[in-house]
Design a protein around this ligand. Structure first.
Ligand code: UDX
Length: 453
C-alpha cells in the first residue's frame, strides 16, 4: 500500500488495523521503528505518510470513505477442526468481509490481497451480496464487486519487486472493476504486465506459483544430498542446469530448506484442495515437496551431531542466522527453528546470532526461554540456548559454527580470528554456501557445505 501511495500521488491510501500498538508503530516519527524490517520501506513511508498514506484504527470510517478496499489479513493454516494442518483459517477474512459489508457506502470494489484458498471469493461475495442494496444514511445503495489480486513480492526485496513486478494479476468478473484496479497499477506498471483472468484462475495461480517455487527448492535440496553422497557439487550442478533457458537459473540454491509464511502454507492448502476434489495422487505429489523440506532440516541437524563424534550433549554450537532468509527479521517457518530444536533435543548449548531477530522472537519460536551455557557443568544433558550480539561472541569456546541464514556479512567473517576462539577440533557447517571455505580451512576448521561431496 505504501508503494501504491508513492506511485499514485492522486490516490489517498488509508491502512487500517484493529491493533492500536501496531498502528502507533506505523505512525512513529522514528522511521527505524516501523513494525516490519524491509529494505527501502522506511524511505517510501517517509515520503508518503501524512500526504496520501495514512495509518489509523478508524476502520469503519475508512471503509465508508473508500472506493476500493483491499483485504490483507492473515490466513494461517488451521490448527484444529476440519482441515487442521492443511486448510487455511478464514476467520479473519470473513470478519473483514462482514465489516466491509456493514460499513461500505455506494459502490465498493473489494480486492482479495491475502493468499486465499481457491473459491474464497465466493464466501466474500456471499457476505457482501447479503448487504447489497442497503442504504446507509442519505447515501447511494450499496453495491460490491470482488476482485482477486494476489501479491507476489518476496520479503527482503519487497520494494523493488513492487516497483518493477514481473506481472500483476487481477482476477474478476466485472470488467469495469478490473479496469479500475488495472488503472491504479497502470500508473507505474506497463500494461502488458497486467494480466487479467477469472477469479478462480487468479486465486489458483498464487498457490501454484508458490508451489512451483518451493518444488524447485526441494528438488535442488534432494540433489544436494546426492551430491554429498557421490562427490559432486550442487552449486556446479545448479549452474549447469540453470544455463538451460527452459530451466532458468533462479531458485536453484540448495540450503537448509525453505521457510517463510507462504510456501508451506500454500502447498498444504493445495494438498487440501486436491484431497477435497478426490485428486489423491496430485495431493501426494505436492505433499512430498513439504516432506522433503522437513527431511532436509532434520538431515542437517543429524549431520552436525554425527560429525561431532555422535553427540552434542554439553557442546557449544554457534548458530549464525535465525531469520528464514537474509534481509528480513521474519522467522516464520524458518529452517533455523527446526534445526535448533533438534540440536537442543540432543542436549546442545546454542549461542544464536542474528542481526535482526530479537531474543523474544527466538524464545517464542523455540518454545523455551534463553539460558546461558551452564558454566562448569559442560556435560549437563539439558539443551540450552542464548542470543549473542556478535559472531565472535557466538563462537567463543564452540565446537562448531552452523550458518543457517545467508546474511551478506557472513561471507566475510574473519576465520583466523574466529577459529582461534573455538575448541579444537572445530567444525564449520555452512548450510547456505555463503562462507569463505578456504579461509575457514586455512584457519584450521573442518568444513561441511551443503551439497558438496
Ligand atoms: C515467497 C515468494 O517468492 C513470493 O513470490 C510470494 O509472494 C511469497 O513467498 P518469500 O517467502 O518472501 O517469498 O521468500 P523467498 O525469497 O521466495 O524464499 C523463501 C524461502 O526459500 C527462504 O527460506 C529462502 O531461503 C528459500 N530459498 C529460496 C532457497 O532455499 N533457495 C532458493 O534458491 C530460493
Amino acid at each position: 500500500m505504501s508503494v501504491i501511495a508513492d506511485r499514485c500521488p492522486g490516490i489517498q491510501v488509508t491502512v487500517v488495523d484493529l491493533n492500536q500498538a501496531r498502528i502507533d508503530a506505523w505512525n512513529d516519527p522514528d522511521l527505524s521503528k516501523l513494525p516490519v524490517y524491509e529494505p527501502g520501506l522506511d524511505a517510501v513511508v517517509g515520503r508518503c505518510r501524512g500526504r496520501n498514506l495514512h495509518f489509523t484504527t478508524g476502520v469503519d470510517a475508512a471503509i465508508a470513505a473508500a472506493d476500493m478496499v483491499f483485504l490483507s489479513v492473515n490466513t494461517p493454516t488451521k490448527t484444529k477442526g476440519v482441515g487442521a494442518g492443511q486448510a487455511s483459517d478464514l476467520r479473519w477474512i470473513e470478519a473483514s468481509a462482514r465489516q466491509v459489508a456493514a460499513c461500505a457506502q455506494g459502490h465498493t470494489i473489494v480486492v482479495e490481497k491475502s493468499t486465499l484458498p481457491v473459491r474464497t471469493a465466493e464466501t466474500v461475495k456471499a457476505i457482501l451480496t447479503a448487504a447489497q442494496g442497503e442504504v446507509a444514511g442519505a447515501g447511494a445503495p450499496k453495491t460490491f464487486s470482488v476482485l482477486s489480486n494476489p501479491e507476489f513480492l518476496a520479503e527482503g526485496t519487497a520494494i523493488p519487486d513492487l516497483e518493477a513486478p514481473d506481472r500483476v494479476l487481477i482476477g474478476g468478473e466485472d470488467a469495469a472493476s478490473i479496469d479500475a484496479l488495472a488503472s491504479v497499477y497502470g500508473q507505474w506498471v506497463p500494461q502488458e504486465r497486467i494480466l487479467r483472468t477469472n477469479l478462480w484462475s487468479s486465486e489458483l495461480s498464487k498457490l501454484t506459483a508458490n508451489a512451483f517455487l518451493a518444488q524447485r527448492i526441494s528438488s535442488i535440496n534432494s540433489i544436494a544430498a546426492l551430491c554429498e553422497a557421490t562427490g559432486a557439487d550442487v552449486n556446479e550442478v545448479a549452474h549447469a542446469i540453470g544455463a538451460d533457458t527452459r530451466i532458468g537459473s533462479k531458485f536453484l540454491k540448495a540450503g537448509p530448506g525453505f521457510g517463510g509464511s507462504c510456501f508451506q502454507k500454500d502447498i498444504l492448502n493445495l494438498v487440501y484442495l486436491c484431497g477435497h476434489y478426490g485428486l489423491h495422487e496430485v495431493a501426494a505429489y505436492w505433499q512430498s515437496v513439504v516432506e522433503l523440506n522437513s527431511w532436509q532440516q532434520h538431515r542437517i541437524a543429524q549431520l552436525v551431531v554425527q560429525k561431532l563424534f555422535g553427540t552434542v550433549t554439553g557442546k557449544r554450537i554457534a548458530v549464525l542466522g535465525f531469520a528464514f532468509k537474509a534481509d528480513t527479521n521474519d522467522t516464520r517457518e524458518a529452517p533455523a527453528i527446526r534445526i535448533c530444536q533438534d540440536l537442543l533435543e540432543e542436549g546442545a548449548q546454542l549461542a544464536i546470532y542474528d542481526p535482526k531477530v530479537p531474543e523474544t522472537q527466538i524464545a517464542s519460536d523455540l518454545g523455551c526461554q534463553p539460558l546461558p551455557s551452564p558454566v562448569g557443568s559442560p556435560l549437563s544433558g539439558e539443551g540450552v540456548w542464548h542470543r549473542v550480539t556478535t559472531p565472535a561472541e557466538a563462537v567463543a569456546q564452540a565446537d562448531a559454527v552452523l550458518i543457517l541464514t545467508e546474511w551478506a556479512s557472513f561471507a566475510d567473517l574473519n576465520w583466523q580470528e574466529l577459529a582461534a576462539q573455538m575448541r579444537k577440533p572445530a567444525w564449520l557447517f555452512d548450510a547456505r554456501s555463503i562462507a569463505d571455505l578456504s579461509a575457514a580451512q586455512a584457519a584450521g576448521l573442518q568444513v561441511w557445505r551443503v551439497g558438496r561431496g
